[in-house]
Design a protein around this ligand. Structure first.
Ligand SMILES: [Ca+2]
Length: 195
């Protein structure tokens, strides 16, 4: 009997933990770039949120490549969720002039108009991986904000290649969003990235 209760308890704990588990809320969601992708490394509108990582090397078709010095990407989750972590994945292909961003900044919004700055990070070259060819994933942790729109700013010196934008949170925290804007109505200059 005691064993049975123990098994039941473990099962209950497992069910509870599973229901509160963090999932990638950005999967299959729409997003927009401030500056268009280069035609040679185009965005098909799903590359960043298809849950698939590209192969290492600039020729892999899963990458979106841009030469924007201050790129901004905004994902629309359609509803408001409690956001936990936000991760973005980049390529370094040194010989091809594709470098890890020199800095990242994160802001979130419930309506796409009023923005809350979350955090920013500047990377010193020496702190970054020194391999010539590598992928680099950065995660903003403990965002702990309710949001529908997630905006990431990435500073770049030459080429910026990105293949995934992940927004992690509990899907059961979903709430109907206030009237929001369409992604192509986003005023990028009004997003508060801290500096
Ligand atoms: Ca992808």
């Amino acid at each position: 009997m005691r064993k049975l209760i123990a098994v039941l308890l473990i099962t209950l704990i497992a069910i509870f933990s599973a229901s509160a588990a963090s999932v990638n809320l950005a999967i299959n969601k729409e997003y927009i770039f401030k500056d268009n992708a280069d035609p040679s490394y185009p965005d098909d509108g799903v590359k960043l949120t298809d849950g698939k990582f590209a192969s290492i090397g600039y020729k892999s078709p899963g990458w979106v490549g841009t030469t924007s010095k201050q790129q901004v990407i905004v994902v629309d989750l359609k509803d408001v969720y409690q956001i936990e972590n936000v991760a973005s994945n980049f390529l370094k292909d040194f010989e091809a002039g594709v470098y890890i961003p020199n800095g990242l900044a994160l802001a979130v919004s419930e309506d796409g108009i009023k923005w809350t700055f979350i955090n920013q990070v500047a990377f010193k070259y020496r702190e970054l991986p020194q391999e010539k060819m590598i992928t680099f994933k950065y995660t903003f942790e403990k965002v702990n904000k309710k949001a529908r729109y997630i905006a990431l700013k990435a500073g770049s010196s030459v080429w910026l290649f990105m293949d995934e934008f992940e927004v992690w949170g509990d899907s059961s925290s979903k709430q109907k969003a206030p009237n929001g804007v369409f992604l192509d109505e986003i005023e990028f200059d009004f997003i508060d990235f801290g500096s």
